[in-house]
Ligand binder design. Structure first.
Ligand code: NAD
Length: 517
Protein backbone atom coordinates (compact mmCIF):
# COMPACT_ATOMS: atom_id res chain seq x y z
CA UNK A 1 0.00 0.00 0.00
CA UNK A 2 1.33 3.41 -0.85
CA UNK A 3 0.22 6.78 0.40
CA UNK A 4 -1.09 7.70 -3.06
CA UNK A 5 -4.14 5.59 -2.21
CA UNK A 6 -5.14 7.93 0.59
CA UNK A 7 -8.12 10.09 -0.34
CA UNK A 8 -9.95 13.23 0.80
CA UNK A 9 -6.76 15.34 0.62
CA UNK A 10 -5.17 13.32 3.43
CA UNK A 11 -1.96 12.78 1.52
CA UNK A 12 -1.55 16.55 1.09
CA UNK A 13 -2.45 17.16 4.75
CA UNK A 14 0.21 14.67 5.87
CA UNK A 15 2.78 16.35 3.66
CA UNK A 16 1.95 19.77 5.04
CA UNK A 17 2.27 18.40 8.56
CA UNK A 18 5.69 17.08 7.68
CA UNK A 19 4.70 13.43 8.03
CA UNK A 20 6.32 12.44 4.81
CA UNK A 21 7.27 8.82 5.24
CA UNK A 22 3.77 7.44 5.51
CA UNK A 23 2.66 3.86 4.98
CA UNK A 24 5.92 2.11 4.30
CA UNK A 25 8.04 4.53 6.25
CA UNK A 26 8.20 5.22 9.92
CA UNK A 27 8.27 8.42 11.88
CA UNK A 28 9.33 9.19 15.37
CA UNK A 29 8.77 12.90 15.67
CA UNK A 30 11.17 15.33 17.25
CA UNK A 31 13.15 12.72 19.13
CA UNK A 32 14.18 10.87 16.04
CA UNK A 33 16.34 8.14 17.52
CA UNK A 34 13.88 5.40 18.34
CA UNK A 35 14.79 1.74 18.20
CA UNK A 36 11.33 0.62 19.34
CA UNK A 37 8.70 -1.55 17.68
CA UNK A 38 6.51 -0.39 14.80
CA UNK A 39 2.99 0.87 15.49
CA UNK A 40 0.62 0.93 12.52
CA UNK A 41 -2.15 3.49 12.36
CA UNK A 42 -5.29 2.47 10.45
CA UNK A 43 -8.13 4.87 9.70
CA UNK A 44 -11.56 3.89 11.06
CA UNK A 45 -12.99 5.87 8.13
CA UNK A 46 -11.96 3.43 5.38
CA UNK A 47 -9.79 0.87 7.14
CA UNK A 48 -6.65 1.97 5.29
CA UNK A 49 -3.17 2.07 6.74
CA UNK A 50 -2.25 5.72 7.18
CA UNK A 51 1.27 5.37 8.49
CA UNK A 52 3.66 3.63 10.82
CA UNK A 53 5.31 5.09 13.85
CA UNK A 54 8.24 3.69 15.76
CA UNK A 55 7.30 3.27 19.38
CA UNK A 56 9.67 4.36 22.12
CA UNK A 57 11.91 1.85 23.82
CA UNK A 58 13.06 2.16 27.43
CA UNK A 59 16.38 3.52 26.13
CA UNK A 60 14.52 6.15 24.06
CA UNK A 61 12.51 7.09 27.11
CA UNK A 62 15.68 7.73 29.09
CA UNK A 63 17.02 9.98 26.32
CA UNK A 64 13.74 11.89 26.21
CA UNK A 65 13.80 12.40 29.97
CA UNK A 66 17.38 13.64 29.86
CA UNK A 67 16.45 16.11 27.15
CA UNK A 68 13.31 17.24 29.05
CA UNK A 69 15.14 17.62 32.36
CA UNK A 70 17.88 19.71 30.72
CA UNK A 71 15.34 21.86 28.90
CA UNK A 72 13.48 22.58 32.13
CA UNK A 73 16.63 24.03 33.73
CA UNK A 74 16.73 26.65 30.95
CA UNK A 75 13.03 27.18 30.29
CA UNK A 76 12.08 27.97 33.90
CA UNK A 77 14.46 30.94 33.79
CA UNK A 78 12.66 32.55 30.86
CA UNK A 79 10.19 35.20 32.10
CA UNK A 80 6.60 33.96 31.92
CA UNK A 81 5.43 36.60 29.38
CA UNK A 82 8.27 35.50 27.06
CA UNK A 83 7.10 31.92 27.43
CA UNK A 84 3.66 33.30 26.54
CA UNK A 85 5.19 34.63 23.32
CA UNK A 86 6.34 31.08 22.45
CA UNK A 87 2.80 29.82 22.99
CA UNK A 88 1.47 32.72 20.88
CA UNK A 89 3.71 31.64 18.00
CA UNK A 90 2.51 28.06 18.44
CA UNK A 91 -1.09 29.29 18.18
CA UNK A 92 -0.20 31.14 14.96
CA UNK A 93 1.26 27.97 13.44
CA UNK A 94 -1.88 26.08 14.43
CA UNK A 95 -3.95 28.67 12.56
CA UNK A 96 -1.87 28.01 9.44
CA UNK A 97 -2.19 24.25 9.85
CA UNK A 98 -5.82 24.16 10.98
CA UNK A 99 -7.17 22.56 7.83
CA UNK A 100 -4.44 19.93 7.49
CA UNK A 101 -4.43 18.98 11.17
CA UNK A 102 -8.24 19.02 11.38
CA UNK A 103 -8.38 16.63 8.42
CA UNK A 104 -5.86 14.28 9.97
CA UNK A 105 -7.81 14.30 13.27
CA UNK A 106 -10.98 13.44 11.36
CA UNK A 107 -9.30 10.69 9.33
CA UNK A 108 -7.25 9.03 12.07
CA UNK A 109 -9.85 9.31 14.86
CA UNK A 110 -13.06 9.20 12.78
CA UNK A 111 -14.83 12.34 14.05
CA UNK A 112 -16.55 14.67 11.60
CA UNK A 113 -14.45 17.13 9.65
CA UNK A 114 -16.21 20.02 11.40
CA UNK A 115 -15.31 18.50 14.76
CA UNK A 116 -11.75 17.92 13.58
CA UNK A 117 -11.44 21.61 12.72
CA UNK A 118 -13.22 22.45 16.00
CA UNK A 119 -10.62 20.47 17.93
CA UNK A 120 -7.79 22.46 16.35
CA UNK A 121 -9.75 25.66 17.07
CA UNK A 122 -9.82 24.63 20.74
CA UNK A 123 -6.04 24.36 20.62
CA UNK A 124 -5.82 27.87 19.17
CA UNK A 125 -8.23 29.20 21.79
CA UNK A 126 -6.28 27.72 24.70
CA UNK A 127 -3.08 29.23 23.27
CA UNK A 128 -4.73 32.68 23.24
CA UNK A 129 -5.96 32.11 26.78
CA UNK A 130 -2.51 31.01 27.94
CA UNK A 131 -0.78 34.02 26.35
CA UNK A 132 -2.87 36.42 28.46
CA UNK A 133 -2.44 34.22 31.49
CA UNK A 134 1.35 34.38 31.16
CA UNK A 135 1.12 37.89 32.63
CA UNK A 136 -1.32 36.87 35.38
CA UNK A 137 0.28 34.03 37.35
CA UNK A 138 -0.69 35.87 40.50
CA UNK A 139 -0.09 34.91 44.09
CA UNK A 140 -1.73 36.61 47.10
CA UNK A 141 -0.14 38.85 49.70
CA UNK A 142 -1.13 38.47 53.36
CA UNK A 143 -0.72 40.60 56.47
CA UNK A 144 1.73 39.02 58.87
CA UNK A 145 0.76 38.72 62.55
CA UNK A 146 4.32 39.82 63.43
CA UNK A 147 5.44 43.46 63.24
CA UNK A 148 7.97 44.30 60.52
CA UNK A 149 7.17 41.17 58.55
CA UNK A 150 5.74 40.70 55.13
CA UNK A 151 4.05 37.58 53.76
CA UNK A 152 3.17 36.58 50.28
CA UNK A 153 2.84 33.51 48.10
CA UNK A 154 4.32 32.87 44.71
CA UNK A 155 4.10 30.21 42.06
CA UNK A 156 7.21 28.56 40.65
CA UNK A 157 7.61 26.26 37.68
CA UNK A 158 7.03 22.63 38.60
CA UNK A 159 9.25 20.57 36.29
CA UNK A 160 8.57 17.86 33.72
CA UNK A 161 4.83 17.29 33.18
CA UNK A 162 3.82 13.85 31.88
CA UNK A 163 0.74 13.89 29.67
CA UNK A 164 -1.17 10.68 28.90
CA UNK A 165 -4.04 11.23 26.49
CA UNK A 166 -7.01 9.33 25.06
CA UNK A 167 -7.85 8.64 21.42
CA UNK A 168 -11.07 10.67 21.25
CA UNK A 169 -9.46 14.11 21.58
CA UNK A 170 -6.14 13.27 19.96
CA UNK A 171 -4.81 16.85 19.83
CA UNK A 172 -6.89 19.26 21.96
CA UNK A 173 -6.31 17.60 25.35
CA UNK A 174 -2.55 17.74 24.80
CA UNK A 175 -2.83 21.46 23.95
CA UNK A 176 -5.00 22.15 27.02
CA UNK A 177 -2.16 20.78 29.10
CA UNK A 178 0.86 22.03 27.21
CA UNK A 179 -0.28 25.62 26.59
CA UNK A 180 -0.72 26.11 30.35
CA UNK A 181 2.29 24.04 31.38
CA UNK A 182 4.57 25.97 29.02
CA UNK A 183 3.57 29.43 30.22
CA UNK A 184 4.11 28.09 33.75
CA UNK A 185 7.71 27.22 32.77
CA UNK A 186 7.25 23.45 32.69
CA UNK A 187 8.33 21.12 29.93
CA UNK A 188 6.11 18.31 28.66
CA UNK A 189 6.53 14.64 27.79
CA UNK A 190 3.49 13.35 25.92
CA UNK A 191 2.29 9.74 25.65
CA UNK A 192 -0.63 9.96 23.20
CA UNK A 193 -3.13 7.18 22.57
CA UNK A 194 -1.67 4.30 20.59
CA UNK A 195 -4.80 4.60 18.42
CA UNK A 196 -3.95 8.10 17.12
CA UNK A 197 -0.13 8.36 16.95
CA UNK A 198 0.06 10.38 13.72
CA UNK A 199 -1.99 13.25 15.14
CA UNK A 200 0.60 13.40 17.92
CA UNK A 201 3.51 13.40 15.50
CA UNK A 202 1.85 16.25 13.58
CA UNK A 203 1.45 18.36 16.75
CA UNK A 204 5.00 17.65 17.77
CA UNK A 205 6.27 18.72 14.34
CA UNK A 206 4.38 22.03 14.55
CA UNK A 207 5.80 22.81 18.00
CA UNK A 208 9.28 21.68 16.92
CA UNK A 209 9.30 24.47 14.32
CA UNK A 210 8.52 27.07 16.99
CA UNK A 211 11.23 25.68 19.27
CA UNK A 212 13.80 25.72 16.46
CA UNK A 213 12.90 29.23 15.28
CA UNK A 214 13.37 30.54 18.82
CA UNK A 215 16.57 28.60 19.43
CA UNK A 216 15.11 26.87 22.47
CA UNK A 217 15.99 23.40 23.79
CA UNK A 218 14.14 20.54 22.04
CA UNK A 219 13.12 18.94 25.34
CA UNK A 220 10.46 21.60 26.00
CA UNK A 221 8.09 19.38 24.00
CA UNK A 222 8.74 15.64 23.93
CA UNK A 223 6.79 12.79 22.40
CA UNK A 224 6.94 9.14 23.39
CA UNK A 225 4.77 6.63 21.58
CA UNK A 226 3.46 3.19 22.39
CA UNK A 227 0.83 1.48 24.50
CA UNK A 228 0.19 1.50 28.25
CA UNK A 229 3.66 0.08 28.96
CA UNK A 230 5.33 3.30 27.87
CA UNK A 231 2.71 5.18 29.89
CA UNK A 232 3.81 3.17 32.91
CA UNK A 233 7.36 4.46 32.52
CA UNK A 234 5.96 7.96 32.97
CA UNK A 235 3.73 7.18 35.92
CA UNK A 236 6.52 5.39 37.80
CA UNK A 237 9.11 8.08 37.14
CA UNK A 238 10.04 10.04 40.27
CA UNK A 239 11.49 12.82 38.11
CA UNK A 240 7.96 13.74 36.98
CA UNK A 241 6.08 15.77 39.62
CA UNK A 242 2.77 15.89 37.72
CA UNK A 243 1.00 13.32 35.57
CA UNK A 244 -2.01 14.56 33.65
CA UNK A 245 -3.94 11.49 32.52
CA UNK A 246 -7.03 11.49 30.33
CA UNK A 247 -8.83 8.24 29.60
CA UNK A 248 -10.94 5.54 31.14
CA UNK A 249 -11.72 5.21 34.83
CA UNK A 250 -9.97 1.83 34.70
CA UNK A 251 -6.75 3.51 33.59
CA UNK A 252 -7.16 6.41 36.05
CA UNK A 253 -7.47 4.09 39.04
CA UNK A 254 -4.14 2.46 38.19
CA UNK A 255 -2.37 5.74 37.37
CA UNK A 256 -3.64 7.50 40.52
CA UNK A 257 -2.32 4.75 42.79
CA UNK A 258 1.07 4.50 41.12
CA UNK A 259 1.62 8.28 41.12
CA UNK A 260 0.39 8.69 44.72
CA UNK A 261 2.73 5.85 45.73
CA UNK A 262 5.68 8.08 44.85
CA UNK A 263 4.03 11.30 46.18
CA UNK A 264 3.54 12.73 42.69
CA UNK A 265 0.49 14.80 41.72
CA UNK A 266 -2.13 13.48 39.30
CA UNK A 267 -4.57 15.45 37.21
CA UNK A 268 -7.19 12.92 36.22
CA UNK A 269 -9.77 13.39 33.45
CA UNK A 270 -11.68 10.12 33.26
CA UNK A 271 -14.94 8.65 32.07
CA UNK A 272 -18.38 10.22 32.32
CA UNK A 273 -21.98 8.96 32.42
CA UNK A 274 -23.71 12.17 31.55
CA UNK A 275 -27.43 12.81 31.84
CA UNK A 276 -29.89 15.46 30.73
CA UNK A 277 -32.93 15.96 32.95
CA UNK A 278 -35.99 16.89 30.92
CA UNK A 279 -38.70 18.45 33.09
CA UNK A 280 -42.35 19.19 32.19
CA UNK A 281 -41.27 22.80 31.58
CA UNK A 282 -38.63 21.92 28.98
CA UNK A 283 -38.57 23.34 25.47
CA UNK A 284 -38.95 20.10 23.51
CA UNK A 285 -37.32 21.36 20.32
CA UNK A 286 -34.20 22.52 22.18
CA UNK A 287 -34.17 19.28 24.17
CA UNK A 288 -34.18 17.11 21.06
CA UNK A 289 -31.36 19.08 19.40
CA UNK A 290 -29.23 18.98 22.58
CA UNK A 291 -29.93 15.31 23.25
CA UNK A 292 -29.33 14.09 19.69
CA UNK A 293 -26.10 16.05 19.25
CA UNK A 294 -24.97 14.94 22.70
CA UNK A 295 -25.70 11.27 22.07
CA UNK A 296 -24.60 10.78 18.45
CA UNK A 297 -21.96 13.52 17.95
CA UNK A 298 -18.47 12.00 17.61
CA UNK A 299 -20.42 8.70 17.42
CA UNK A 300 -20.95 8.90 21.19
CA UNK A 301 -17.20 8.93 21.81
CA UNK A 302 -16.93 12.11 23.87
CA UNK A 303 -16.29 12.02 27.57
CA UNK A 304 -19.22 14.47 27.76
CA UNK A 305 -21.54 12.51 25.40
CA UNK A 306 -25.13 12.26 26.59
CA UNK A 307 -25.72 8.69 27.81
CA UNK A 308 -28.94 9.11 29.82
CA UNK A 309 -32.10 11.17 29.35
CA UNK A 310 -34.12 11.42 32.55
CA UNK A 311 -37.57 12.50 31.37
CA UNK A 312 -40.66 13.44 33.36
CA UNK A 313 -43.54 11.00 32.83
CA UNK A 314 -45.89 13.77 31.66
CA UNK A 315 -43.79 14.54 28.57
CA UNK A 316 -42.03 11.19 28.22
CA UNK A 317 -44.03 9.98 25.19
CA UNK A 318 -43.70 13.31 23.40
CA UNK A 319 -39.92 13.45 23.85
CA UNK A 320 -39.59 9.78 22.93
CA UNK A 321 -41.51 10.22 19.67
CA UNK A 322 -39.52 13.35 18.74
CA UNK A 323 -36.24 11.51 19.35
CA UNK A 324 -37.26 8.46 17.33
CA UNK A 325 -38.20 10.74 14.46
CA UNK A 326 -34.90 12.69 14.70
CA UNK A 327 -32.87 9.45 14.75
CA UNK A 328 -34.66 8.42 11.55
CA UNK A 329 -33.07 11.38 9.79
CA UNK A 330 -29.47 10.68 10.83
CA UNK A 331 -26.99 10.05 8.05
CA UNK A 332 -24.19 7.64 8.93
CA UNK A 333 -21.06 7.58 6.82
CA UNK A 334 -17.67 9.00 5.99
CA UNK A 335 -17.06 11.79 8.52
CA UNK A 336 -15.04 13.77 5.99
CA UNK A 337 -18.25 14.18 4.00
CA UNK A 338 -20.02 17.08 5.70
CA UNK A 339 -23.46 15.72 4.79
CA UNK A 340 -23.05 12.87 7.31
CA UNK A 341 -23.96 13.26 10.98
CA UNK A 342 -22.36 10.11 12.41
CA UNK A 343 -18.95 8.65 11.62
CA UNK A 344 -17.32 5.39 12.68
CA UNK A 345 -16.27 4.08 16.08
CA UNK A 346 -12.51 4.03 16.63
CA UNK A 347 -12.02 0.27 16.08
CA UNK A 348 -13.60 -3.19 16.10
CA UNK A 349 -13.10 -3.55 19.84
CA UNK A 350 -15.31 -0.47 20.34
CA UNK A 351 -17.91 -2.06 18.04
CA UNK A 352 -17.90 -5.18 20.24
CA UNK A 353 -18.50 -3.09 23.37
CA UNK A 354 -21.39 -1.31 21.61
CA UNK A 355 -22.99 -4.66 20.60
CA UNK A 356 -22.48 -5.96 24.11
CA UNK A 357 -24.24 -2.93 25.65
CA UNK A 358 -27.29 -3.38 23.40
CA UNK A 359 -27.46 -7.06 24.30
CA UNK A 360 -27.09 -6.37 28.01
CA UNK A 361 -29.71 -3.62 28.21
CA UNK A 362 -32.32 -6.08 26.89
CA UNK A 363 -31.12 -8.88 29.18
CA UNK A 364 -31.39 -6.54 32.15
CA UNK A 365 -35.00 -5.64 31.34
CA UNK A 366 -34.73 -2.71 28.92
CA UNK A 367 -36.47 -2.25 25.59
CA UNK A 368 -34.85 -1.15 22.32
CA UNK A 369 -36.69 1.84 20.78
CA UNK A 370 -34.30 2.59 17.92
CA UNK A 371 -32.43 -0.45 16.60
CA UNK A 372 -28.67 -0.55 16.55
CA UNK A 373 -26.49 -2.65 14.29
CA UNK A 374 -23.20 -2.66 12.45
CA UNK A 375 -23.25 -1.34 8.89
CA UNK A 376 -21.53 -3.16 6.05
CA UNK A 377 -21.03 -2.73 2.32
CA UNK A 378 -20.05 0.27 0.25
CA UNK A 379 -18.50 3.03 2.32
CA UNK A 380 -18.55 0.94 5.48
CA UNK A 381 -15.55 -1.31 4.70
CA UNK A 382 -13.73 -0.50 7.94
CA UNK A 383 -16.43 -2.40 9.88
CA UNK A 384 -16.54 0.41 12.46
CA UNK A 385 -19.81 2.15 11.45
CA UNK A 386 -22.73 1.49 13.81
CA UNK A 387 -26.30 2.78 14.02
CA UNK A 388 -27.03 5.12 16.93
CA UNK A 389 -29.50 3.31 19.18
CA UNK A 390 -32.03 4.28 21.84
CA UNK A 391 -33.19 2.00 24.64
CA UNK A 392 -35.72 2.41 27.41
CA UNK A 393 -33.99 1.55 30.65
CA UNK A 394 -33.86 1.88 34.39
CA UNK A 395 -31.16 3.95 36.05
CA UNK A 396 -30.24 1.00 38.27
CA UNK A 397 -29.38 -1.38 35.38
CA UNK A 398 -25.75 -2.44 35.62
CA UNK A 399 -25.15 -1.47 31.96
CA UNK A 400 -26.65 2.00 32.50
CA UNK A 401 -24.32 2.51 35.44
CA UNK A 402 -21.32 2.06 33.11
CA UNK A 403 -19.95 4.28 30.39
CA UNK A 404 -20.28 2.62 26.98
CA UNK A 405 -18.18 4.66 24.58
CA UNK A 406 -20.63 4.46 21.67
CA UNK A 407 -23.91 6.04 20.46
CA UNK A 408 -26.31 4.29 22.84
CA UNK A 409 -28.83 6.54 24.59
CA UNK A 410 -30.91 5.35 27.55
CA UNK A 411 -34.34 6.89 28.20
CA UNK A 412 -35.27 6.83 31.87
CA UNK A 413 -38.67 7.96 33.19
CA UNK A 414 -39.15 9.92 36.42
CA UNK A 415 -42.25 11.05 38.25
CA UNK A 416 -42.84 13.64 40.95
CA UNK A 417 -40.58 16.65 41.45
CA UNK A 418 -37.21 17.56 39.99
CA UNK A 419 -35.48 16.30 43.17
CA UNK A 420 -36.30 12.73 42.10
CA UNK A 421 -34.64 13.34 38.73
CA UNK A 422 -31.57 14.90 40.36
CA UNK A 423 -31.20 11.86 42.59
CA UNK A 424 -31.17 9.61 39.50
CA UNK A 425 -28.76 11.90 37.67
CA UNK A 426 -26.38 11.72 40.64
CA UNK A 427 -26.97 8.00 41.13
CA UNK A 428 -23.97 6.81 39.11
CA UNK A 429 -20.28 6.55 40.00
CA UNK A 430 -19.13 9.10 37.41
CA UNK A 431 -19.50 12.89 37.79
CA UNK A 432 -18.44 14.70 34.64
CA UNK A 433 -21.20 16.58 32.79
CA UNK A 434 -24.90 17.12 33.46
CA UNK A 435 -27.74 19.29 32.19
CA UNK A 436 -31.32 20.25 32.83
CA UNK A 437 -33.79 21.37 30.21
CA UNK A 438 -36.40 23.58 31.84
CA UNK A 439 -37.92 27.04 31.70
CA UNK A 440 -38.77 26.81 35.38
CA UNK A 441 -36.39 29.00 37.41
CA UNK A 442 -36.93 27.04 40.60
CA UNK A 443 -36.00 23.74 38.95
CA UNK A 444 -32.94 25.26 37.29
CA UNK A 445 -31.66 26.82 40.51
CA UNK A 446 -32.27 23.62 42.50
CA UNK A 447 -30.26 21.71 39.89
CA UNK A 448 -27.35 24.13 40.32
CA UNK A 449 -27.60 24.32 44.13
CA UNK A 450 -25.53 22.38 46.65
CA UNK A 451 -28.18 19.65 46.69
CA UNK A 452 -28.33 19.63 42.88
CA UNK A 453 -26.01 18.07 40.31
CA UNK A 454 -22.83 16.55 41.77
CA UNK A 455 -20.92 16.86 38.48
CA UNK A 456 -17.98 19.08 37.52
CA UNK A 457 -20.12 20.56 34.75
CA UNK A 458 -23.80 21.48 35.22
CA UNK A 459 -25.66 23.23 32.39
CA UNK A 460 -29.11 24.76 32.02
CA UNK A 461 -30.84 24.59 28.64
CA UNK A 462 -27.80 23.32 26.79
CA UNK A 463 -26.73 19.69 26.48
CA UNK A 464 -23.91 17.84 28.25
CA UNK A 465 -21.57 17.63 25.30
CA UNK A 466 -18.57 19.87 24.82
CA UNK A 467 -17.27 22.80 26.84
CA UNK A 468 -15.66 26.20 26.35
CA UNK A 469 -11.99 26.53 27.20
CA UNK A 470 -12.58 29.54 29.50
CA UNK A 471 -14.06 27.40 32.28
CA UNK A 472 -12.23 24.79 34.32
CA UNK A 473 -13.00 21.41 32.77
CA UNK A 474 -13.30 18.15 34.67
CA UNK A 475 -15.48 16.06 36.91
CA UNK A 476 -15.97 14.52 40.32
CA UNK A 477 -16.19 10.98 41.73
CA UNK A 478 -14.83 8.34 39.30
CA UNK A 479 -14.21 11.06 36.71
CA UNK A 480 -11.13 11.77 38.80
CA UNK A 481 -11.53 15.28 40.25
CA UNK A 482 -9.06 16.98 37.89
CA UNK A 483 -9.54 20.42 36.34
CA UNK A 484 -7.94 21.48 33.08
CA UNK A 485 -8.12 24.38 30.69
CA UNK A 486 -9.62 27.70 31.88
CA UNK A 487 -10.27 29.55 35.15
CA UNK A 488 -7.46 28.87 37.67
CA UNK A 489 -6.65 25.38 36.35
CA UNK A 490 -3.09 26.65 35.71
CA UNK A 491 -2.26 26.36 39.41
CA UNK A 492 -1.74 22.60 39.26
CA UNK A 493 1.13 23.13 36.82
CA UNK A 494 3.07 25.20 39.37
CA UNK A 495 4.38 24.75 42.89
CA UNK A 496 3.09 27.21 45.45
CA UNK A 497 5.46 28.77 47.92
CA UNK A 498 4.62 30.94 50.95
CA UNK A 499 7.29 33.50 51.81
CA UNK A 500 7.70 35.44 55.04
CA UNK A 501 10.24 38.26 55.16
CA UNK A 502 11.42 39.86 58.39
CA UNK A 503 12.75 43.41 57.91
CA UNK A 504 13.33 44.12 61.63
CA UNK A 505 16.40 43.52 63.83
CA UNK A 506 14.64 41.02 66.13
CA UNK A 507 13.22 37.55 65.61
CA UNK A 508 9.67 37.37 67.03
CA UNK A 509 8.08 33.92 66.76
CA UNK A 510 4.57 33.28 65.48
CA UNK A 511 1.64 32.55 67.84
CA UNK A 512 3.36 34.68 70.55
CA UNK A 513 5.83 31.87 71.43
CA UNK A 514 8.85 33.08 73.46
CA UNK A 515 12.27 31.45 73.06
CA UNK A 516 14.67 33.65 75.05
CA UNK A 517 18.37 32.77 74.98
P1 NAD B 1 -7.84 4.43 27.78
O1 NAD B 1 -7.96 4.53 29.25
O2 NAD B 1 -7.93 3.08 27.15
O3 NAD B 1 -6.42 5.03 27.33
C1 NAD B 1 -6.07 6.36 27.60
C2 NAD B 1 -4.56 6.50 27.62
O4 NAD B 1 -4.05 5.85 28.79
C3 NAD B 1 -3.85 5.84 26.44
O5 NAD B 1 -2.80 6.69 26.02
C4 NAD B 1 -3.32 4.55 27.04
O6 NAD B 1 -2.18 4.04 26.38
C5 NAD B 1 -2.97 5.00 28.45
N1 NAD B 1 -2.93 3.94 29.46
C6 NAD B 1 -3.78 2.90 29.61
N2 NAD B 1 -3.44 2.18 30.70
C7 NAD B 1 -2.37 2.79 31.27
C8 NAD B 1 -1.56 2.51 32.42
N3 NAD B 1 -1.80 1.46 33.21
N4 NAD B 1 -0.55 3.36 32.71
C9 NAD B 1 -0.31 4.43 31.93
N5 NAD B 1 -1.02 4.73 30.81
C10 NAD B 1 -2.04 3.92 30.49
O7 NAD B 1 -8.93 5.42 27.16
P2 NAD B 1 -9.37 5.63 25.64
O8 NAD B 1 -10.15 4.46 25.17
O9 NAD B 1 -8.21 6.10 24.82
O10 NAD B 1 -10.35 6.92 25.78
C11 NAD B 1 -11.69 6.83 26.14
C12 NAD B 1 -11.89 7.17 27.62
O11 NAD B 1 -11.33 8.44 27.93
C13 NAD B 1 -13.36 7.31 27.98
O12 NAD B 1 -13.57 6.69 29.23
C14 NAD B 1 -13.58 8.81 28.07
O13 NAD B 1 -14.67 9.19 28.87
C15 NAD B 1 -12.27 9.25 28.64
N6 NAD B 1 -12.01 10.66 28.38
C16 NAD B 1 -12.16 11.55 29.42
C17 NAD B 1 -11.97 12.91 29.22
C18 NAD B 1 -12.17 13.89 30.33
O14 NAD B 1 -11.73 15.03 30.18
N7 NAD B 1 -12.78 13.54 31.44
C19 NAD B 1 -11.60 13.37 27.95
C20 NAD B 1 -11.43 12.45 26.92
C21 NAD B 1 -11.63 11.09 27.16
Amino acid sequence: MTNTELQFGIKEALEQLNIKEVNNGTWTGLNNFSDGEILESYSPVDGKLIGKVKTSSTADYEKVMESATDAFKQFRLMPAPQRGEIVRQFGEKLRKNKEALGKLVSYEMGKSLQEGYGEVQEMIDICDFAVGLSRQLHGLTMHSERPGHRMYEQYHSLGVVGIISAFNFPVAVWAWNTALAWICGDVCVWKPSEKTPLCAVACQNIMAEVIKENNLPEGISCLITGDYKIGELLTNDKRIPLISATGSTRMGKIVAQVVAGRFGKSLLELGGNNAIIVTPDADIKMTVIGAVFGAVGTAGQRCTSTRRLIIHENIYEKVKEALISAYGQLRIGNPLDEKNHVGPLIDKQAVELYNDALKKVVEQGGKILVDGGVLSGDGYESGCYVKPAIAEADNSFEIVQHETFAPVLYLIKYSGTVEAAIEMQNGVMQGLSSAIMTNNLREAELFLSVTGSDCGIANVNIGTSGAEIGGAFGGEKETGGGRESGSDAWKIYMRRQTNTINYTTSLPLAQGIKFDL
